[in-house]
Design a protein around this ligand. Sequence first.
Ligand code: G1P
Length: 302
Amino acid sequence: MTHQRPRKAVIPAAGLGTRFLPATKAQPKGMLTLIDKPALQYVVEEAVRVGLRDIVMVVSPGAEVLGAHFGRNLDLERALEAVGKHADVATVRAIAELADIELVVQHEPLGLGHAVSMARAAVGDEPFAVLLGDDLYRPDSTVLSSMLEAHETHQKSVVALREVPTADARLYGIAAVSELDGNLVRIDNIIEKPPPGTEPSNLAAVGRYVFTPAIFEALDRIEPGAGGELQLTDAIHLVLAGEGALGWTFTRDRYDAGNKVDFLRATVELALGREDLGDDFRRVLYEIVDRERGATKESPAL
Ligand code: G1P
């Protein structure tokens, strides 16, 4: 097999987003906004930062708005030009030039494994990355670039792994691992959403993967698993018996955008990191914290 560096990223973005209803009643959850950008734009920008400009986005039927967001809007550009808003024109045009995005419609919500297998024709027989839209990483995160390096060195699939509280293990793919080299581990076992008490560890797969094409053959062989869905984790489990797979362990800079509190944390931290907003917003946060502390002191119940 020729050694290849991944060029393509698959972004499964077809979930219903029921945890954010009613905001997701009439728009895909990937369009939920943190500050002034939809969540999925952060994910696309992350892929582009590590050189993955060919993107396959797997979407639900009716998610044309995603295509519109990542394409040109000539009417808007003209209207902005007409009133001299050149910086805004540049902003909206830059999104269309960010990456080459192909939308693939997943007509039935059969699971994450099914969503990734739908990208097979577009990816071909090449290694590729998968970035889940629900997992957001800080713009300065080095997780994906480290995973690509590990893939290049070892020519195996690599899964991003992070410790979660044991009580949350039932929400994730959970891996049992052996130490290899620093953050890099060998995955010995991986189970999707283990029932409480059966988790092999508290190392969770957190939405970033680099795969060899072997994953597609494994996806062809899996049966419905946790929740009756075709699970990507079950395909990784099959790969363990063949080529094997690695884990990249890390501790920081990732948010669960499917969880309301973590979505708020992501919004706050991203705002603090923004050059145009950080200082003003930090002052507001201090004011809020001071006020809340005062309220806590005065509260007779506490
Ligand atoms: C999916 C995957 C799971 C992974 C998680 C990360 O689950 O199936 O293995 O740990 O994403 O966020 P979901 O959150 O879609 O239930």
